[in-house]
Ligand binder design. Sequence first.
Ligand SMILES: Cc1cc2nc3c(=O)[nH]c(=O)nc-3n(C[C@H](O)[C@H](O)[C@H](O)COP(=O)(O)OP(=O)(O)OC[C@H]3O[C@@H](n4cnc5c(N)ncnc54)[C@H](O)[C@@H]3O)c2cc1C
Length: 605
Amino acid sequence: MNAGEAFARRWLIARGCAPVRAGALAMAAGQRARRYPRAVALLRAAGLWLIEFVFPRLLLGRWRRASRLDATAFEELEQRAHHAGRLWIRGIYLLARLPLWELRHAEPPPRQTPHPLEPLLARVPPLTDHAEFDVIVVGSGAGGAPLAADLAARGHRVAILEAGGLVQGETTAGALAHYYLNQGFVGGASGNALLPVMLGRNVGGTTPINSATCLEPQPPFLRQWDRITGLPFSDGLLSGELARVRETLGVCVPDRKLLGASGEIFERGLKSLGREGAYVLPRNTPACEGLGRCPFGCPRFHKRSTDIAFLPLALQRGGVLYPGARVDRIAESSTGVQLHVRFRDGQRLSLRARKCVLAGGALGTPQLIRANRLGSHWRAAGDHLKVHPAAKVLALMPDSVHGERGIAQGMGYQAPELPRIAFEGIFTPKSTVAPVLPCAGAAADYWMDHYDRAASFGMMALDRGSGSVRWTGGQPVLRYALHADDVLDLARGMKLMAEAFFAAGAECVLLPLIGLRNEFITAAQLADFSPADVRAHHLVASGFHPQGTAGMGRVADVDHRLYGCRHIFVSDASLLPDTPGVNPQLTIMALSLRLAGMMDTELAS
Ligand SMILES: Cc1cc2nc3c(=O)[nH]c(=O)nc-3n(C[C@H](O)[C@H](O)[C@H](O)COP(=O)(O)OP(=O)(O)OC[C@H]3O[C@@H](n4cnc5c(N)ncnc54)[C@H](O)[C@@H]3O)c2cc1C
């Protein structure tokens, strides 16, 4: 048994696993981790060696292998590694345990049904070298698909090239492995905290695995857009496009009986505190059954993500879509654009188009711009990254909650005193919650053992802070600095959520903090928690809305065209000049339709 397996087996035994089963699971975890992105797999292997041989000496002052520590010392090692001030220790320790949690709480595989796009895709002719189109759209998500459908409907020859494949019913862990960019291993450091950033890589982009909340951009935030671009966004510039998007997506407010229990508990708590105004979030799931699987791909295809709502329209109107097609080189000439595409099977083709639309998302589009030095402002691409840093509070209720049932992101709330914090429901299934728990060892086991009684609610900061993305060796590398005011807002937000849960009868709350007290069992205890003490490195946060990395007014002009280019446009989250003040998919789709209208005129002339 190698060092990694020895530690993994010991960790599983500490969780109450029988030694024989622990050995088998430890080996299976090793095999699972070998399928992680190469750099992550290597890092984990090296990290396991350090944990087994170096951590006991470094953290406990003991010359013993970690796997041979007695129960008390092993628990102490867990606590010190988890709460370590040094980021690399925390990171390695987290990575070491990821596949173990995944296997311990494995879900049965769901029944897979054919994707509704399959019959249409079967009719798409194979792509040939030097094929020509009016428009090639790189990426099929919120920014790419609406424009492709609209231009195809107007009679233009449109091709959509998408690096990802179709999203079908998957387990939670399977969805992370197959539908998320880099299997979910994308992130950066903020202060001394890890900040994972999630993004999809699918037909439909991130939309088949998002939480389906559909909110319109907020005028107070759009005023900043007006200042950057000189356009009247806050005066309803996108209102026509937003109405069309809402109609195509079937946006509606779901029946309350479909909502997960956490939202109702949180709302009850708010009311006890005298806070009215929690509301049901509008969604693009008109036929929703409340399965609670939105971020892992709806097994019934009831979410009208772009693969369901827009891409079928594009194909029915003569457009063509190629999944598994990754664009890596782009060059502009006076008459159009040449693109090089690499398919999953290794085939390479060269294509031509009169116009090209970059819709590869907030991380993919700046990669293409920088790698190909597109436009006069390519050096600015990748900067000004915003992520809407998000965090959640867990509460242990006296009775069972079963938060995994029903719509997780169903309720919203806006606290008047925190205008840059949006409160939204969230519930993470058991198989993936352990890595984001802010506690370890016996405390984490307790939460996992009682997870059927856990309620949770989340929030995101409409960030003042920003960062950057660069690609190195095929991996996105993010840097992000949480702004001190965002940290304070998030800390005040978590206190408010915890107060609401206590008011609703919680027995215990767990705040998303490491290195500060995070567990409270009475409201009186919580009163001593001071948000001003929280620093960036204490926060357990993640980002689900990367944006702004090829912003209008910075890298692209007000017609979405890259500065210095004639034929290359941007249409995705990277174009947003600043936060729209809400979850961004509706805004991105509306901008996509705006660009389609402008391109139609240009193509016709
Ligand atoms: C878990 C989660 C929950 C979310 N929930 C919500 C929500 O409830 N409401 C909301 O409004 N927003 C939500 N979002 C965010 C929202 O889904 C995204 O902001 C939006 O989809 C971004 O659109 P996009 O067009 O920029 O990129 P994407 O939708 O990510 O599409 C980009 C596509 O381009 C492809 N691509 C990239 N590079 C290349 C290349 N070189 N060649 C070919 N293809 C390429 C990628 O594979 C990807 O499929 C959520 C996000 C996550 C991760």
